[in-house]
Every structure is written in structure tokens, then in C-alpha cells.
Design a protein around this ligand. Structure first.
Ligand SMILES: Cc1cc2nc3c(=O)[nH]c(=O)nc-3n(C[C@H](O)[C@H](O)[C@H](O)COP(=O)(O)OP(=O)(O)OC[C@H]3O[C@@H](n4cnc5c(N)ncnc54)[C@H](O)[C@@H]3O)c2cc1C
Length: 591
């Protein structure tokens, strides 16, 4: 039940064929890294995930984090596992060698993130947030701050957090009221933050908070927010943790899932003000925080992929084992994998997982281009595509994870609903994904507003053109003749809805909001189909290196996606273009 065996073959396939490892390795930043290095890293990560992290997943779910004497206590075994994680250097995988990072491509690191999150989502949130803090500090902090904090964060010896939410400021961060008052070379921070993931814990000797707060006299709203680095322990001249800073956890939430991840209420400044240091410019805190948030959005999408994969593995094993009923052409009672409907459910899971993997890994590869290409035009193109894909990866993957983990429960029948099999935990853990790091509604608004309307559909048109090129390539391959019309129709559904949005939005301010989630899901569904068609093209190419079982399974899974998932595009497109008035005209008291 607690086993996790990473789908190494499909991960390697996605890294090489869909993320385009060979081209990434040409970027010039990855000297000494080759296919063998990557294979070795993937193998070793799979072993660590299976042997160290996965066995703690169920016990972590059953244990509760709690606050005792002003500090958070975590589930048994987590601190030891974390120690090993750091000692093995896993935190440093994609970090810059300037700070002793291994400097591997992000397109490779993303496969290891998938493994950590599949094996143990609660645990893996801690290193995930640290990675985000590193990217924000690296991009926006002064050299002095970088020198003090980055080396310890890059290795994972210290962990990082993301401190935005307050009781009155969730999706609406303009309502943040935490205060910052200048004092010499630092600031005093006072306020109350809620829902802070791994906001306190004993696994590292220091916890570095990146906090949104408001300076006195700052403009109202989002333009008056600044970002501060607030260490749990102030740092001595020699770099060691010193005096305790004035930030304390007062409680941890009791939640539906990810029980072993402490979700903290944090009080800043109960004893006069926590000492914090400005990161980036005053009042430009949202821009700095977006460096962390954009990365986290991709990685929350990867969490959706990861928990779906784990749910699939469990369901597949159960379907191969559980005997129930008879099936046409089979003698006697059969294992349930022989039933057409169970096969359909498994393929719904498998095909969407592989589509999500293709989408996430290829988005990850864009980050390598943005970070390392010597060509500024190429960087710009990759950045624009990445910005367009980010809400899709966050929103669509985290929503699909709900369907996939629920199918995992369904395949188990009654055994899925009782906790014993572990299927229910994956569904409970997955439920946070469309909520934190910006709800699906917020991702969808970003997608239609900033990513489509703001640039009048240019980035989207470029994506549509790339997808159309893949559809026509499938038309030239005999075995894929049926793919082209299915993918072509879905691309047209997306294009029609995008053009409709661009033409209607100026007439009615409620149109983007009413259409947004259907548009986001439409785009995700089509991007998934595009990735599956790209994968099918690879395995139909005679020179490919993959074994027959892998090739046949990939082709069939891609065909299933085109036949049974892509038709959803027509429904999403129609729903997106439905009259806004039906959504908006009913008075609030009629609900
Ligand atoms: C387990 C967990 C861990 C978390 N970790 C962190 C963390 O580490 N750091 C941190 O800062 N925060 C964290 N959060 C907070 C999380 O990011 C917020 O819960 C989330 O952004 C939603 O805010 P809210 O809960 O206030 O919901 P609300 O903003 O009140 O939203 C309620 C509903 O209204 C919708 N809605 C709100 N505004 C709009 C709008 N303008 N247009 C359309 N729909 C809208 C939302 O989509 C949602 O469906 C965490 C939360 C949880 C539960």
C-alpha cells in the first residue's frame, strides 16, 4: 500500500522527447551534464523517494503536527528524512553553482520534484518552498543579503517560507495590513499571518520567511506592498543563527489532507516587532513575490501530476488483484482489470497523467531557456510562452488531479472509501491543490486577463500555431491518421473561444470572469492533447529507441486521450461562450 515506484521510463521519455533535453544541454550552462548523468540522477531520486519518503506518507497522514512551547512539532521520522535529503544534496539540484548548487537543468529537477511529491506531498512542500525563496532572493535581494542567506537555503540547511495570507487578505492581497517600520538598516514587522506552510518546524536550524507587509504611508492596495526577509533566528556575524527573532507560531490548522505539513498561524511582533530586511524595492513587493509565486504555480501543477501518478499506481495494482465477476471471453471469475469500465477508468487516469507530465516538463524546459539562453530574443519568446502556460499548468493540472484521484478511489470500490488502502489519502491530499497558490478562479482570471486580453491574443496565437503544426504532422503518419481531425477540432474549439473572448470582453466587463474557468480548462485539455500527439509522433518514428511495450502503450494511451478526453474541448468551448447574463443576472438572494 505504501510502495511507490517512480514511472522512470515515462519520466525519461518526457524529459528527452517532450522537454527537449538535448537542446537544453546545448544552452551552454550545463557543461559536463549528459544523458547518462540525467539517467543516474533520475534513478537515484527514485530510490530515495521509494525508500525514504514514501514509507513516511501514511504515518504522516495519521500523525498530527502541533504547537508546543512556542514551536511546531512534526511527524516522527520527518526530521531524519529531511537530514538525509539535505546530505544527499537533493535541494541543490537545479541551483546555481555560484552557491554550490549542482546546476542541473530545471527540466530534470522537475522529474525529481514529481517523485518527491508522489512519495510524500506533505514532506515535499518544505523543500519546494525553500526553492521558491531561493529564486526570489536571488532575483531581488542585495548582494549582502544573498551572501548571508543563499548558501544555507540552497543546500536546504535552512528552509524558506512564503508569507502572504492574512485573515482578511486571501485571494485579495491588496488587503494585507501587516506593518513594516524602518529602524536603522532593517525594519520592524508587526502583524498576523495565517495558513503558512512549514511556517515553523524543528527540521532546520533556521527558517527564513519572505513576508508581504506595508510601510507607513504606502499607497493603498497592491502598489503599497513590500517584501521583507524575516529570519526565525537573527544571523550572527559568522553566519550562525543567533538571537530568536520576534515571530512565533501560535497554532497549526486541522485540515482535510497534507496532515504532516504544518499550516501555521504566525504572529510577527508580539514583543516589539520582528526584525526584517527589505527584498527588492519599497512598494514593489508583489513583483518580487511573483518570482516565487510563478515558480510555485508550476510546482503546484507538478504536485497535481504527482499525486495523480501515485493514485494511479495504487489503482492499477488493485485492479490487477481484486477478483470480481465475469468478463466476455474470460473463463471463470476475473480480476477487475478485465472489465471494460475499469479499463476505461485506468486509461482516464493514465492518459491524463501522461498529458500532464508532457505539459509540465515542457513548461519546465522553458525556464531553462529563460535562465540560460545567450540569445535575448529566444529568452523573450520562452518567457512569454512560460507566462501563458503558468496558469494552465497550475489550474488545469490541479483540477485534473481531483478527477484522477477520485477515479483512484472509484476503482477500489468500497475499499477506496475506507482509509486502509491509502486511495482516500491521495484524494484528500489533492484537494488543496486548486486552492493554495491562487485558486483556480484566480488562475483563470490571470489566464484570460493578463495572458490573453492584455496582449490581444498574440501569445495564444503562437501556441495555437505550434499545436496546429503538430496536428498536421500527425496527418502525415499513417498510424496516426485518426489523430489529426480529433486534435484539429479541439484546437479550433480553443481558437473560436479565444476569438470570442477578445471580441466580447470590451462590451461586458463580466464576460472574462464568467468564461474564464471554462477557457482555462479548454486550454489545458487541448495542450494535453498536443503533448500526447507529440509523444505519439516520437514512438511512431522508426528510429526511436523505446521498447515495443512502451511504444504500444504510449500510442494507445495517446489515442485514448484523443478519443475520450479531447471531445471535452467542444463542451468547454460552448460553455465558455454561453451568455454571461445567465451567470450574472440572478440576484444574490435568489441563490
Ligand atoms: C493548506 C494550506 C496551505 C497554505 N499555504 C500558504 C502559504 O504557505 N503561504 C500563504 O501566504 N498562504 C497559504 N495558504 C493560503 C492560500 O493561498 C489561500 O487560502 C488562497 O489563496 C485562497 O484565499 P482564501 O482562503 O482567503 O479564499 P478567498 O480568497 O476568500 O476565496 C474564496 C472563494 O472566492 C473565490 N474568489 C475570491 N476572489 C475572487 C475574484 N476576485 N474573482 C473570482 N473568484 C474569487 C476564490 O476562487 C474561492 O473560490 C494556504 C492555504 C491552505 C489551506
Amino acid at each position: 500500500m505504501t510502495d511507490y515506484n517512480a514511472p522512470i521510463k515515462d519520466m525519461r521519455f518526457a524529459i528527452r522527447e517532450l522537454a527537449g533535453l538535448d537542446e537544453i544541454l546545448q544552452l551552454g550552462a550545463f557543461e559536463g551534464v549528459d544523458n547518462d548523468t540525467v539517467d543516474q540522477v533520475v534513478e537515484e531520486a527514485a530510490t530515495f523517494a521509494r525508500e525514504v519518503l514514501a514509507p513516511l506518507n501514511v504515518p504522516g497522514d495519521r500523525a498530527a503536527c502541533r504547537v508546543k512551547d512556542g514551536a511546531v512539532e512534526v511527524a516522527d521520522g520527518f526530521a531524519e528524512a529531511y537530514q538525509q535529503f539535505v546530505e544527499n544534496g537533493w535541494q541543490t539540484l537545479a541551483a546555481s553553482p555560484d552557491f554550490d548548487g549542482m546546476g542541473l537543468p530545471y527540466a530534470v529537477a522537475i522529474a525529481t520534484f514529481e517523485m518527491w511529491q508522489s512519495a510524500n506531498m506533505s514532506f515535499s512542500l518544505c523543500p519546494m518552498l525553500t526553492g521558491g525563496a531561493v529564486s526570489a532572493i536571488d532575483a531581488h535581494a542585495t548582494e549582502d543579503i544573498k551572501k548571508i542567506y543563499l548558501p544555507k537555503l540552497v543546500t536546504g540547511e535552512w528552509s524558506g517560507t512564503m508569507v502572504l495570507t492574512e485573515p482578511q487578505a486571501g485571494s485579495d492581497l491588496a488587503a494585507v495590513t501587516t506593518r513594516a517600520v524602518p529602524e536603522g538598516d532593517h525594519y520592524r514587522i508587526t502583524g498576523n499571518k495565517i495558513y503558512i506552510t512549514w511556517g515553523d518546524h524543528p527540521m532546520t536550524e533556521n527558517v527564513i520567511h519572505l513576508v508581504l507587509a506595508r510601510l507607513q504611508g504606502a499607497p493603498e492596495g497592491i502598489r503599497g506592498i513590500s517584501m521583507f526577509l524575516v529570519p526565525k533566528f537573527l544571523v550572527n556575524e559568522d553566519g550562525s543563527p543567533g538571537e530568536r527573532n520576534d515571530v512565533y507560531p501560535t497554532s497549526v490548522e486541522h485540515k482535510m489532507g497534507i496532515h504532516a505539513s504544518p499550516t501555521c498561524v504566525l504572529n510577527f511582533g508580539d514583543a516589539g516587532g520582528a526584525i526584517g530586511y527589505l527584498v527588492g524595492e519599497e512598494n514593489k513587493g508583489m513583483a518580487s513575490m511573483f518570482t516565487m509565486m510563478n515558480l510555485a504555480r508550476i510546482e503546484v501543477g507538478v504536485q497535481g501530476l504527482a499525486v495523480s501518478e501515485r493514485a494511479y499506481e495504487l489503482a492499477r495494482a488493485y485492479a490487477l488483484d481484486r477478483v470480481q465477476g465475469n468478463a466476455p471471453g474470460e473463463k471463470g471469475r476475473v480480476t477487475i482489470i478485465h472489465h471494460a469500465d475499469v479499463r476505461r477508468m485506468l486509461l482516464m487516469m493514465k492518459s491524463q497523467i501522461e498529458a500532464m507530465r508532457g505539459a509540465a516538463y515542457s513548461a519546465g524546459a522553458l525556464l531553462d531557456v529563460v535562465r540560460h539562453s545567450a540569445d535575448s530574443d529566444e529568452r523573450e519568446v520562452a518567457n512569454t510562452r512560460m507566462a501563458l502556460l503558468t496558469p494552465i499548468i497550475k489550474g488545469w493540472l490541479s483540477e485534473v488531479a481531483q478527477e484522477v484521484t477520485s477515479l483512484g478511489v472509484q476503482i477500489h470500490g468500497g475499499m477506496g472509501f475506507v482509509e486502509e488502502t491509502g486511495a482516500a489519502q491521495h484524494m484528500r491530499d489533492a484537494r488543496i491543490l486548486p486552492i493554495y497558490e491562487g485558486t483556480t478562479g484566480i488562475q483563470a482570471l490571470d489566464f484570460v486577463g493578463r495572458k490573453i486580453l492584455h496582449d490581444e491574443g498574440r501569445a495564444m496565437n503562437s501556441l495555437l500555431a505550434d499545436m496546429r503544426a503538430t496536428a498536421s504532422a500527425t496527418a502525415d503518419v499513417e498510424k496516426l491518421a485518426d489523430f489529426a481531425p480529433l486534435l484539429g477540432d479541439a484546437i479550433e474549439n480553443l481558437e473560436t473561444a479565444v476569438n470570442w473572448l477578445i471580441s466580447k470582453a470590451p462590451d461586458d466587463p463580466n464576460t472574462p470572469g464568467a468564461a474564464s474557468v471554462n477557457l482555462l480548462m479548454l486550454a489545458g485539455t487541448v495542450v494535453g492533447g498536443w503533448q500526447m500527439a507529440r509523444a505519439a509522433l516520437v514512438v511512431c518514428n522508426d528510429t526511436n529507441e523505446y521498447d515495443k511495450t512502451f511504444r504500444d502503450a504510449k500510442l494507445n494511451t495517446a489515442r485514448f486521450y484523443c478519443e475520450q478526453i479531447l471531445p471535452r474541448a467542444a463542451a468547454y468551448s460552448r460553455a465558455a461562450m454561453a451568455p454571461t447574463a445567465t451567470v450574472m443576472n440572478m440576484p444574490a438572494d435568489h441563490f
